[in-house]
Design a binder for this molecule. Sequence first.
Ligand code: SF4
Length: 471
Amino acid sequence: MSTKRTVGMYASFDRSGTTTRASHYCAGCGHGILHKLVTEALVELGLQDRTIIVNPIGCAVFGYYYWDVGNIGAAHGRAPAVATALNRTLPGAVVIAYQGDGDLAAIGLNCALQAANRGERMVTFMVNNCTYGMTGGQMSPTSLIGQRTTTSPLGRAAATEGYPLHVSELIDRLRAPVYIARCSVADTPRILQTRKIVRQALEIQRDGKGYAFVEVLSPCPTVAGTDPLQAARFVATEMEQEFPLGIFRDVSGAAVPSTPAPAMSLTELFAGCHERDLPAPRPDPSVTEHRLIFAGSGGQGILSLGLCVVNAGAMAHRFTTWYPTYGPEQRGGAVSCSLVIGGQPVGAPTVEHPDVLVCMTAPMLKQFLPLVKPGGMVFCDSLIVESDTPLRHDVRIIAVPATELAAAAGFARGANGAILAAMFYTNATGLPEQVFADARDLSFRRKPDLIELNRKVFASGLAWCRENLKG
Ligand code: SF4
């Protein structure tokens, strides 16, 4: 038996090491029908090479086996965020967020509403089958009153589980969307109507006219425990009664094509975290990129120390990012920040394996020391090195008596200044002396009475390094 290839889909589906022409969808599932309508429209409109589909978590998670377009996967409910990034960075692209009701209307509702409210140039297809299909039929936000699911075995009750969520109507309260429609794939007349709606939503994307939302009522015979015909009947009767079909909004005729708001580069985005009015970076491929992690506990000034170093990098015209991570506690909890300082625009602001680690608590030293790249450097207060601290012979560990030096200089809280001195002395970041001094003073500009004390700690740290380190 031969099966005809749907235009716009791959010639074969190479799933889990098997080549097949069968999709993973159950017989009678609406996903396959919608896939076909979307791909046919993309081909007819000549959009295949411009299109990127963001695949969801849910039954459509393997959409990328079928769509012969650009594909990307998103975390649960986050397809609109990924689609937003694509929209902003690839101005000519047609961007589709393909989601189910569990993915979009529960964990992803805020993400979906915000993208709609911003009027991102994308279309969201929400397949609404009133259940979580992939995970075995739990109640979803759109499950009907009285509908039995694995998590509402007595039937959904408004008093305890609330009412079915009407996503199209919610989005219709927002000003930015250009097109909002609800359609169905329950039978042939409805599929033909859905074909038109899908096509129109994609035309809007082709013309760059803004945000479109298409909700598609779809059967899920497997979870319903019925045959495909009964499942389709459920969609056409009970689901439609709760979720009437129709075009809620179509202002695409009057909508003006727009270009998406330009994406900020990571350098611009994270530069916002540190000092303003610092010199612009200058590309210099000869500069080695340094990737650093500063870790400690809240209140120790570890993030400020990171900022100080990243500001020093900016003062030397380097490209820099500073990316903080906080524990749930305001003070005393684990905090860390990733820094990148280099001569080229920064690709990723997070650092997994640093060249340089600065640690100010024993638990953070134990956590981060194993991650340092071989040949890297580790700076810490000698107080935090404990008998069970794991040893690394392939990294240089510089344990500075920072707290002691700071206390002796009359600024007990300024231990970071001694660590900074050690970083400078060992040339851990390749930055010149003057920017270190300027950045250090800049970090205390709101507490001018501490500048002199901090300079003293820095000087003590340098003196200790000269005596105890080889350079
Ligand atoms: S479980 Fe339901 S939604 Fe999922 S593939 Fe099967 S029929 Fe489709």
